[in-house]
Design a binder for this molecule. Structure first.
Ligand SMILES: NC(=O)c1ccc[n+]([C@@H]2O[C@H](COP(=O)([O-])OP(=O)(O)OC[C@H]3O[C@@H](n4cnc5c(N)ncnc54)[C@H](OP(=O)(O)O)[C@@H]3O)[C@@H](O)[C@H]2O)c1
Length: 255
């Protein structure tokens, strides 16, 4: 049995920074061919240049995950370019800093729901026909521990992430007979979001997150988060679907 993803065509949304970028580097270094996305053209070009330097065959496409038509076009372009489509890592989501629930606005909710569950659903729908026709496909979505724990201050984000987990289970049930697995990863790798040194209050909140952490450290996108994602894209995970994986160094045990 082949446990790798060599030559597989995989879409990684939101691959221009943080976790998505680490996943793209890790998958590319193991022979996957990639479509990477983001909205900011400069960051997209930088990431594309980095993948070129690593010898990773890829397409770099500016695409907002909230745009359903653009997401369908992205899947079609990927299939056209690589002649196959094997995996989706629905990683992109727009993030908003802390807002007390009583202050949450309609536009806060719209932004998080449009780019979280709706963006994830559009991407899942876009790859579905290709996966169904191939009789095989792998989808990895991104949830968050704060969705499960309540995430004080993160109401819209937490709600959006639990909706992503719910859609993950529905897709897993509806599409399992087509050879498609759908699983959710809840990562902890936020070093790139660490508030600046001149904002000691937010910095203290951030540091407190890791004070009780079993491993006492943040995850590394390439070395800690990406390998389990690769496993979920491979055939080694073919009998696992609808699951949530905490890839957080045991961080959830603090809850
Ligand atoms: N970091 C953590 O510890 C943590 C914890 C739990 C869950 N997560 C989840 O893991 C995923 C990655 O997290 P991260 O910390 O690496 O995120 P991040 O640093 O905010 O990066 C998000 C990536 O997605 C892109 N993006 C954002 N909004 C987009 C949109 N509307 N359409 C297309 N691309 C968009 C960004 O590029 P552009 O801005 O150029 O579009 C960037 O490449 C997210 O789903 C996040 O919610 C992260």
């Amino acid at each position: 049995m082949e446990y790798g993803i060599r030559d597989h065509a995989v879409i990684v949304t939101g691959a221009t920074r943080g976790i998505g970028r680490g996943i793209a580097r890790h998958l590319g270094a193991r022979g996957a061919r990639l479509t990477i996305t983001g909205r900011n053209p400069k960051r997209l070009a930088e990431t594309s240049a980095e993948l070129d330097g690593l010898g990773v065959e890829h397409l770099a496409v500016e695409c907002d995950v909230a745009d359903r038509d653009a997401t369908f076009a992205l899947a079609a372009r990927t299939h056209e370019r690589f002649g196959r489509l094997d995996g989706l890592v629905a990683n992109a989501q727009t993030f908003r800093p802390v807002t007390a629930l009583e202050d949450v606005t309609s536009s806060d909710m719209d932004l998080l729901l449009d780019t979280g569950p709706k963006g994830t659903l559009w991407a899942m729908q876009a790859v579905f026909p290709y996966f169904r026709d191939a009789g095989r496909g792998r989808i990895v979505t991104m949830g968050s521990a704060v969705g499960m724990t309540g995430g004080a201050g993160y109401g819209p984000y937490s709600a959006s992430k639990e909706a992503v987990r719910s859609l993950t289970r529905t897709a897993a049930r509806e599409w399992a007979r087509h050879g498609i697995t759908v699983n959710c990863v809840c990562p902890a790798s936020a070093a790139h979001r660490r508030p600046p040194a001149d904002d000691p209050d937010r910095r203290a909140v951030f540091d407190a997150m890791y004070a009780q952490h079993p491993m006492g450290r943040d995850g590394d996108p390439d070395a800690d988060i990406a390998p389990p994602v690769l496993f979920l894209l491979s055939d080694a995970s073919r009998y696992i679907t609808g699951e949530t994986f905490m890839v957080d160094g045991g961080g959830q045990m603090r809850a």
